[in-house]
Every structure is written in C-alpha cells, then in structure tokens.
Design a protein around this ligand. Sequence first.
Ligand code: AMP
Ligand code: MG
Length: 349
Amino acid sequence: MKTKIFTMSNQHRDKDSLQEAGEILRRGGLVAFPTETVYGLGGDALNRESSRKIYAAKGRPSDNPLIVHICRLEDMDALVRQVTPEARAVAEAFWPGPLTLILPKSDLVPYETTGGLDTVAIRFPSHPVARQLIDCAGGYVAAPSANLSGKPSPTVAKYVIQDMDGRVDAIIDGGEVGIGLESTIIDMTVQPPQILRPGYVTRQMLQQVLGQVDVDATILSNESGQAPKAPGMKYRHYAPQGEMCIVAGDQEQVSAYINEQISRDKAQGERVGVICTDETAGTYRDAVIKNAGSRGDEESIARHLYTILREFDDEQVTRIYSEDFAPEGLGQAIMNRLLKAAGHKRIEL
Ligand code: AMP
Ligand code: MG
C-alpha cells in the first residue's frame, strides 16, 4: 500500500487534505493523525472492518480495545447506554482534552472496536487537526497510538512514518504533539470511579469534580498479583530495545552509581544510554546522554520521554539507566510509563 503524507499545522490546517483524509476514513481506510497526547492510528469506529484493519496494521492483539474519538460532547450519547450525571460532569470539566472515559457501550459500537467488551472508551481530543479530521470522517474515529504494538507511542510524525509507512492509507504530519503521554483513562462504570491509566489529567484534578477516585493498583507496581483493568496495560509496552533500569536515591549517589555502570557495561561491549535532567546532565560521562528537561518542569519530561526512548533505538543503545521521579501529579504518569519501559526494574540506592 502506498501511504499518502499530508503536512499541516494547527495554525495552517489544510481543509482539502482533511476532507480527503476524512473520505478515506469514511470508506473504511486508515489515517494516522496528531492529537495533543500522542499520534493516533484512526479508522471508522462504527465499522468493524476498520477496527480489524487497525489491529492488523499495529500488530496489536485484538482483545486490546480501542479508544473512540469524538469531536462534539453530545456525540458521546450515541455511543453509550446511559450517560450518568458523574460522566457528564467529568466530560464537561475536561473535554476537549487528554481524558478517556470508560462507559457501558450502546449497540452502535461494534465488539471489534471494544475488544469484545460491553464497555467503550471515549475521548474528545482538543487538537484542532484531530477535531477537524474526526468531523470530516463522520464523527467517530477509533484510534490507538500510531506505533507498532510494543513500541513507544509516537510524538512526532517521523516515528509514525517509521512504523506505519506502507501499512496505512495516509499519515497527517502535524508536527510535535504537546503532551507526549497517552490520555488518562478513568473507568466510570464502577463506584468510586477508578483510574486505569495515569496521564496529564491527574487524580487530584479528577477528585475535584468526582470526589473519591481510586487508582488501579497495578499502575505503579507489578506485585499486586492482579491483572490490570485496562487490557492494554498488561502488554509489554512503551519499551525501547535496550534493557532499562531506573535508579532512585540521592542525586549524587545516583550519578556516581550510573557512571560506574557505564564503565562496567562499556567494558562488556554494551552501548549505554542515560535519561537525565537539566540538574544532572553535566554529571554523566561517556554515554548517550538524553536530557528530558528540568525536574521543576514535569510537562517537559513527559513531552520528551517517548522521543528519547525512540532515539535510543535509533542509536542502537543496548543498556539504559534512567533517573527516578516522584510519582505524584503528572509524575505518576511519567513513572508508570518509565516502569513499563523498564519492565519494572528499579533499584533504590
Ligand atoms: P491506546 O489506544 O494505544 O492508547 O490504548 C488504549 C488503552 O485503553 C488500552 O490500554 C486499552 O486496554 C484501554 N481501553 C480501551 N477500551 C477500554 C475498555 N472498554 N475498558 C478498559 N480499558 C480500555
Ligand atoms: Mg498505545
């Protein structure tokens, strides 16, 4: 398949290209597009064949449900059996934006889209290109992240093209995304509502609207013995090719320890990468050093994380050490993705 590439920005959206991409989706084709979280791989959410194609293009297990993207708040109503007052309140508070709601699905949504579940995941993104594309496509676009299954989600079109060229009908290159981590997922079918995947919208923010909000115990630990409630969270995910370890402790000790590991690993022929911050970037030597930004600016760390993991793959890094972050606020999402990338390997000095 020849993949068509459209290029545009939020400020300069190309109406004709968006119409054409919307037509491709209406006809059952696949289009990758930017959102404010990560790039999505879109298909018509109400067409079971399109959903099958998405799984095939990603190499994703078909029991891992897709998020349905909408471009008007009221379009949620057709997708669900019933919109509870809590679901409406949380949608009004955070949409358009990086929050996905799990609700009981209506008959309109095929089981191919929900991975066989009776619930549906819904999000109304804020990214202007995404919104206009969804509108041109008829209003309901199923879109998982636009990476091959198992790879980190793409935050720039270059990595969408690397994974999806020849596998999808079109890719919209809209530049770098703003947030860089996937949406927060909250299950609204349980009482109290439960966060299944942490993201930019934090537990504290949700609690202001919903009162008590629980967090799936598997988010920061793999020792609970339970399966994660979002099927996708059980898969090895977000993972670079190199073997990764998170190192926690006093800043100077962490730098000293990682430098020791660099020398030792290099002597064994490994190519070593380090994920560090503005505060520590100068303390490492002799490795592929990636600075995610200042510790005081978690949004910068979130935005750079996946690109850094991808760059390690590009540079054939075989061992990765990352500094640790406090798992509060946006730090919870950052640590969740880092721990998954590291297969939960973390040492405390
Ligand atoms: P992605 O689209 O790649 O960001 O992944 C979507 C995530 O949403 C996966 O982890 C899915 O397992 C999760 N998800 C989608 N639909 C549901 C649902 N109905 N119930 C629970 N988790 C869901
Ligand atoms: Mg994904």
